[in-house]
Every structure is written in structure tokens, then in C-alpha cells.
Write a protein that binds this ligand. Structure first.
Ligand SMILES: Nc1nc2c(ncn2[C@@H]2O[C@H](COP(=O)(O)OP(=O)(O)OP(=O)(O)O)[C@@H](O)[C@H]2O)c(=O)[nH]1
Ligand SMILES: [Mg+2]
Length: 328
């Protein structure tokens, strides 16, 4: 059986041979692994390439540890805005294209897999709320940067991308779950609005079907039905479905926007205070300052109170969009 190597594979191999730095060698080798036709005739080649990859990767990590004193510069990314959401998916699932479409980021996009080697951060604005998105390198059986799983674990929420233009999105979904389980990460849907209690190793997840412009409608229906039970599912391409996605990302965070108001003045509605769903007026006062909470006499609320500006008890649960006037 011949290997039937594609011109793309051969070009990656050329780059591999010509590369002088470990980083360039690694990038080309990852491409070769992804581009190698997968069948019986290439099993030996696959094993050989993976062995080379693991050796090169060890070398790269040792060199990095030596030069910087730490294993990777990407172990942690500071949270900004209403929450941090990571884009997770197999190679080529459309992560970088999506972050470019809905944020100010400029991530590398390419036709070949393993095009992203580092995280790219972008801010999405849903109405007046900023959310942080992180485009990650792919997860895959062939190779996953070890720090990628740490960033997934530390994020507030996960957004799994599935390429709907391929023959088998269901397989991509199962592979994604299996890879994450291999890293002791379990995805949960929280579709029915039930409160999500974070616990070690579980991540609340939104599923996004990408490249909907190239997808077969019947196959999409079948795929979508897989998620009806547990996961929120949004279908997008680089142009359509993006507003719906922004709303779903915001909703997935389980936060509320509260506006503070001074007596006799209108509230500034451009800059919300972002708090966890379930926060009470006392919790809001605490979020401003502990002394304000200590001296809280009462609060008036516009929105979730029965009448506008009604005086509410300290344990009144605030809702998204409420205006609150604190009296101490
Ligand atoms: N038709 C179509 N093509 C898309 C869409 N989104 C992405 N693509 C193409 O899919 C390919 C892969 O896109 P990327 O955004 O680089 O995918 P990725 O998940 O970041 O890839 P890796 O970083 O390698 O894991 C590119 O050729 C994109 O132009 C889409 O909505 N429609
Ligand atoms: Mg990418």
C-alpha cells in the first residue's frame, strides 16, 4: 500500500528539513502529522513521526525551562471583564477565525491544521458587557501543548468548537470529549438553567458548530439532536450567528449587570458592575466596600422590585439590569 502523500505534506516535510530552530521544526512536524493520510499503509510513518515529535518537544521544553526558569509562559492568563471563556477544539475547527470575527484580536488563520501555537486573547462586547475570549492551539490525539489543558481548567467557561463542514462532526465531538477526559476535564451543559456549581475537573460548556455555510443541513440536524438534552448549541460561520453567540457566551457566565445610582441623579448605564447571579443588595454593597456593607441601612431598586424605586430587604436577590440606590 502506498502512502499517497499530498503536496501539502511534502511541502511541510521540506520545511521540516530546512528548519534551523526547534520551534520551526516542531511547527512543521505537527503539520506533517496532521497532513499524513491515516490508513494501514502509513501506520509505521505515523508512529515514527510521533516519536520524533515527543523527542523534539522534550528538547524544546528543556531549553525553555533553562532559559526562563519556568515550563511555559502560557500557564496563566489574567482574567478581564465579565469572565474568561476559552475556545477549545480539534485542529482546523475554526477557533482563530471565530475570535477574529467577534473580537479585536488578530489570530493566525490557515487552511492547514496546527496553525495556532500560542493563545490569543480578545475582548467581545455583549451589549455593554466586556467578556474575555481566548483562542487556544488545538487539542488533538497527535499532539497537544501541555499548558493548553491548564488554561482550559482555569477558565470560567469553555466553548467547544465543532467543524460542521466535515463528514463526521459527531466523531469530532466524541474525540473532543475523550481528549478532555484524558486530561481529567469533564464538560457539563447546564442547558436547563440549573445553577452550575463549579467543582474540580468540571467545566460548563457551550457547543458551537462552525462553518455553517459549508454544512449539510440534514447532518447538522442530526448533530444538533445529540445536544438537545444537555448542551446549549449555537451554529455560526464567520458572518452569521455571531450576535446570538455573543448572547449565549454572556448567558453561559451566569452573571448579572447592576447599575449604581445616587439619590436624585440618573444611573450611569454604560458601565455595569458585573456580579454573580444570585447576588443580593447586601452582596452588591459588599462589592463596593466592606464599610458600605457594614453601614447599609436600605437600598432602593428599579427593575426587579415590584415598583420602581422600591425599598427592598438586604437579602433581595438582584436581577440582570437592576438599578440600585444604596443608603448608608
Ligand atoms: N467556509 C468557512 N471556512 C471557515 C470558517 N471559519 C474558518 N474557516 C476556514 O477553516 C480553516 C481553519 O480555520 P482556523 O480559524 O485557522 O482554525 P483553528 O481551529 O484556529 O485551527 P488550529 O489553530 O490549527 O487548530 C481556514 O482555512 C479558515 O478560512 C467559516 O465560517 N466558513
Ligand atoms: Mg487557530
Amino acid at each position: 500500500m502506498t502512502a499517497n502523500l499530498t503536496p501539502q505534506y511534502l511541502s511541510a516535510e521540506e520545511r521540516y528539513k530546512a528548519a534551523s530552530s526547534t520551534e520551526d521544526k516542531l511547527a512543521a512536524l505537527k503539520e506533517m502529522i496532521a497532513l499524513l493520510p491515516k490508513h494501514k499503509g502509513t501506520e509505521k510513518m505515523q508512529a515514527n513521526l510521533k516519536k520524533r515529535l515527543s523527542k523534539l518537544n522534550d528538547q524544546a521544553q528543556k531549553a525553555q525551562a533553562k532559559s526562563s526558569g519556568s515550563a511555559s509562559p502560557y500557564e496563566h492568563i489574567d482574567r478581564e471583564g465579565a469572565g474568561q471563556i476559552v475556545l477549545v477544539g480539534l485542529p482546523n475547527s475554526g477557533k482563530s477565525s471565530l475570535i477574529n470575527a467577534i473580537t479585536n484580536a488578530e489570530a493566525d488563520v490557515a487552511e492547514f491544521p496546527f496553525s495556532s501555537l500560542k493563545p490569543t486573547v480578545g475582548m467581545v462586547t455583549f451589549e455593554n458587557a466586556p467578556l474575555q475570549l481566548i483562542d487556544l492551539p488545538p487539542i488533538s490525539e497527535e499532539y497537544t501543548e501541555p499548558w493548553v489543558y491548564n488554561l482550559i481548567r482555569n477558565a470560567d467557561r469553555v466553548c467547544v468548537l465543532i467543524d460542521l463542514s466535515t463528514n463526521d462532526p459527531e466523531e469530532a465531538w466524541l474525540e473532543t470529549i475523550a481528549l478532555l477526559e484524558g486530561a481529567k476535564l469533564q464538560l457539563v451543559g447546564g442547558k436547563h438553567g440549573e445553577a452550575f456549581a463549579p467543582s474540580t475537573g468540571t467545566q460548563k460548556t457551550l457547543v458551537v458548530g462552525t462553518k455553517s455555510d459549508m454544512a449539510e443541513p440534514t447532518m447538522v440536524d442530526r448533530f444538533e439532536n445529540l445536544f438537545v438534552e444537555d448542551f446549549n448549541f449555537i451554529m455560526v460561520n464567520e458572518i452569521e450567528g455571531l450576535d446570538e453567540l455573543k448572547k449565549a457566551l454572556f448567558d453561559s457566565l451566569d452573571v448579572i449587570r447592576i447599575y449604581s445610582k445616587e439619590p436624585g441623579k440618573p444611573a450611569d448605564q454604560s458601565q455595569p458592575t458585573i456580579l454573580k447571579k444570585g447576588t443580593t443588595t447586601m452582596g452588591f454593597a459588599q462589592s463596593i466596600h466592606k464599610d458600605i456593607a457594614k453601614n447599609l441601612k436600605y437600598a432602593n431598586v428599579w427593575g426587579s422590585a415590584q415598583h420602581d424605586g422600591q425599598r427592598v430587604p438586604h437579602d433581595h436577590e438582584l436581577q440582570d439590569g437592576d438599578v440600585v440606590e444604596i443608603h448608608t
